[in-house]
Every structure is written in C-alpha cells, then in structure tokens.
Design a protein around this ligand. Sequence first.
Ligand code: MG
Length: 373
Amino acid sequence: MRITGFRHRSVAVPVKYPVVSSVRQSAKVDFVLLDVMTDEGIAGIAYAQAFNRHGAQAIRACLGLLEEVVVGEDPGKIERIWQKMWKSTKLLGHQGLSTFALSMVDIALWDIAGKAAGQPVFRLLAPKGAVGTPSGSDSSAPAVPALPAYMSDGLWLVTPQEAAAQAAAFAEAGFAAMKMRLGRPSGEDIAAYRAIRRAVGDEVDVMGDVNQGWSPAQALDAGAQLAAEGLSWLEEPVDAEDDEAHAVLTAHLQLAVATGENLYGIRPFRRFLQAHAATVYTPDLQRVGGVTGWLQLRDLFEANNVRHSVHLFPEFAVHLLASAKQPDKLEWMSWASALFQEPLECERGIVSAPLRPGFGMEWNEPFIDSIGS
Ligand SMILES: [Mg+2]
C-alpha cells in the first residue's frame, strides 16, 4: 500500500458550553480535519485543535510540507515515516504547529493500520495485562475496553450558580468525577467550588484546572485552600514549562498535581519526572507526536509507576488508554462528537472503545458541510 496524498480542511464547531478559561474564550472550537489517502482506497483520519482560523491555516501549511515528505511511502512503516517527518520539521521547530501536523499524520497512519488489519486500534497497541487485552479462556472473545471518564465538557469560568447547575446535571447523568476551571478573581474560585460541592455532595470527585493562570505563590495559597475543602486534582496551576514550581506544589499540596498537555515531545516529561514535578501526567496527542509519541510516554510512565491519562481527543484516547496497565480517568469532552457518523458515547460516566476497524470513526460529511469551512 502507498500513500497517495492528503485532504485537509478547517471547521469551527459550535459548542454547548462556551469555553471560558484562563487562556481562552470561545463559543466555537476550531479544528483541522485530515484524511491520509492510499492507493488501496483506505483513508486514515485525524483531527487537531487549531484554536483559531490563523492557527488552522498554519497547521494546514505544515500538512502541505509533510504531504511532500510522505507521498509514496508505505503507510504501514509508521516509525520510518514519523522519523522522516520529524527530520523535515527540525528547522521549523518542534515546539509548535509543525508537531501538531506531524501528530495528525501519525494518528491517521494508525487509523490506516487498524483498517488494513480489520482491527480496532486498541488491539494493535495492547500489551499483555492492559485493559483492552482479551481475557478469560476464550481469547477470541471481543473484549471491549470500558474506561471510567470524568466530565470536562463544561464548568468553565462561570458564576457559582451556573457552575452548581451544570455540576448537578453532570452528576445526574452519572459522572462520578468532573473538572471545574479555576482562575477567577480573588475569592470567586472558592465560592464556585463550594457551590459545586453543595450541588453534587461529598461522593463526587471534583477536580480543578487553572490553565496556567496562577503565579507559584497564588497556586500554593489557593491550592492549599481548595485541597482543604476537598479538591482532588489541580491541573496546570502555573506556567506549563515551570518544572520547579510544579515540583514545589507537588511536594506541598495535599492533592494530585496534574500537567502535561502543553509539553512538546518526550524530553520535557523526563525532566518533570526527574524533578517529581507532578502526580498525574496528561499528554496532548497533537503535541507529543500522535500515537507513536504517546506509546513512548506510556512506557516511560509505566516504568516510573506514575499516574497518567490523555488530554482530550477521547475518540483516540479511548484506544490508547485501553492499552495502558493502569490508566487514569479518561477526559470526556464532546467538542468533536458531531464531526463523526457514529460519535463516541459516554454512558453513566463510562466510555467504551468501538470495535470497528481503526479508531472506528468516519466523518459526518453532511454536518461538516452544514457548518462550512
Ligand atoms: Mg487542562
């Protein structure tokens, strides 16, 4: 099989709960969609977040470069193609959009691999003992990985009243864990946390994400206050690259410090691990080199015995985490759901991997046409 070319386009998908965080405000989420085509009629798909239309244009320009690099290659030689793409983007820099594009191509190649083998991607990835490994005496039985998820699709920087109403609805829908955003002006975060806690009771796991919005001193102070009130997880409390501040917070706060979604490639994770700078790692597939990059991280996390999940992309993450020995909760986000004919579902807080070949996702073309590009 040979790669014959790419098709890519950009879309802006309206979302139910407008995004309001320490770094971003938006009522739509910008995506770039990619199809990697082959001479045998199999196409692999991937998507990436572009953040705005300029980001989308730049990612598509990088995809143009990579298309020239990979056309004619055997799509099954994923490692070889990954290395070629990495080399071809060295001078553009790997800490940015060229890695978004590289990661998209890699994800699409894994989709092709699954489709060519007639297997869901989790089967291609699963080592012995992983969630997605067939168990019991009948090894041909289709084991469907079912992963507990936490609700991330809401609880933005809204008023305490609004946050409480959303949290109550999420608990009612069966979520045992949910993540609120933090970074409101002084005192308002704690009011929002208390409103959520009152709405959901003591049994629900309430997590928090600052999106890098605090200084180290603020994080130490607010983190301690929220930990005392029962917050279980504090994500990206400070600048994402600041391993020293993360290490201080991890050592001093009585909660899990989570980070990783804004680290590029594998190396910074090694640095963070050496510094004991987090409790839980949440790599982002479009920043770590797609599935191939993530597999290195999975092995690194497992060798170091640290908790890890994946940032967003539930359609891909469900396959990946099913190959991990002890994955942390999957981040549930429905932003991309409408893009697919058979969207991934989250039922009572559980996400099951589709058994269809590849990632099991095909574009919902009528929907994509309806929102334009
Ligand atoms: Mg986050």
